[in-house]
Design a protein around this ligand. Structure first.
Ligand code: PGA
Length: 250
């Protein structure tokens, strides 16, 4: 049985005080959760958030990472630094990174390697644009996104990882994939990876992301290959996020 997970991606929101208040409310409300709960605050608040999470079961994650290990990369943050401040998860290949910052599959795969080789857990984000869906390229696009990582890092590296299916047309738009649309892509992802290693594919957690909210979380999470969610906007309100977490409990 795969344990469900709900990960909050806070993106670039809030002040130091806002982030602390949010985490305190989530810590208080998530204490009895049987589903895994993780949050990805902005880089500059990670250290403080780790301290606030110290006595809780909530897991800390980062939203991005540098592919390089160290050196003259002004403004970048390494996987070792993220580990040092207490992160476990690191998002790689979020669609905003791919589209706004030009991260291609090759760079995302290198970031995945950087995270994995430090003993952290990559959350590999994949997903198609609306134009790609409308021209029946969804599977082809996602296959290329997965293959870039598997080719560079090996199928074994997926053992520690999580995959997040986030259709670009659903992120922050209010247009959620239907449970069946999500299930179909999740099943495709699992099936494609099963071609390389059936056990790893069967145990891999595949989260859905893209306008998840309290009103649609339960039916999405009820699909057999949907193992939880990566939550953007709705993770910024503790009540809403906790309700989504509750929807992931059996
Ligand atoms: P959203 O974002 O929930 O606001 O659509 C999801 C994400 O970007 O991870």
């Amino acid at each position: 049985m795969r344990r469900k997970a709900v990960i909050g991606n806070w993106k670039m929101h809030g002040s130091r005080a806002d982030n602390a208040a949010l985490i305190e409310a989530i810590v208080a409300g998530a204490a009895d959760s049987s589903a895994e709960c993780a949050v990805c605050p902005p880089f500059v608040y990670l250290h403080e958030m780790a301290r606030l999470l110290r006595d809780s079961a909530i897991v800390l994650g980062a939203q991005n990472v540098c592919a390089e290990a160290q050196g003259a990369y002004t403004g970048e943050v390494s996987a070792a630094m993220l580990k040092d401040v207490g992160c476990h998860y690191v998002l790689v290949g979020h669609s905003e990174r791919r589209t706004l910052y030009g991260e291609d599959n090759a760079l995302v795969a290198r970031k995945f390697v950087a995270v994995h080789s430090r003993g952290l857990a990559p959350v590999l984000c994949v997903g198609e644009t609306l134009a790609e869906r409308e021209t029946n390229q969804t599977q082809q696009v996602i296959a290329a996104q997965l293959d870039a990582v598997v080719t560079l890092c090996g199928i074994q590296s997926l053992e520690q990882a999580v995959v997040a299916y986030e259709p670009v047309w659903a992120i922050g738009t209010g247009h959620t994939a239907t449970p069946q649309q999500a299930q179909d892509v999740h099943a495709f992802i699992r099936q494609r990876l099963a071609g390389q290693d059936a056990k790893i594919a069967a145990e891999l957690r595949i989260l859905y992301g893209g306008s998840v909210k309290t009103g649609n979380a339960r039916e999405l999470f009820a699909m057999s290959d949907v193992d939880g969610g990566l939550i953007g906007g709705a993770s910024l309100k503790a009540d809403e996020f906790l309700a989504i977490l509750a929807a992931a409990q059996p």
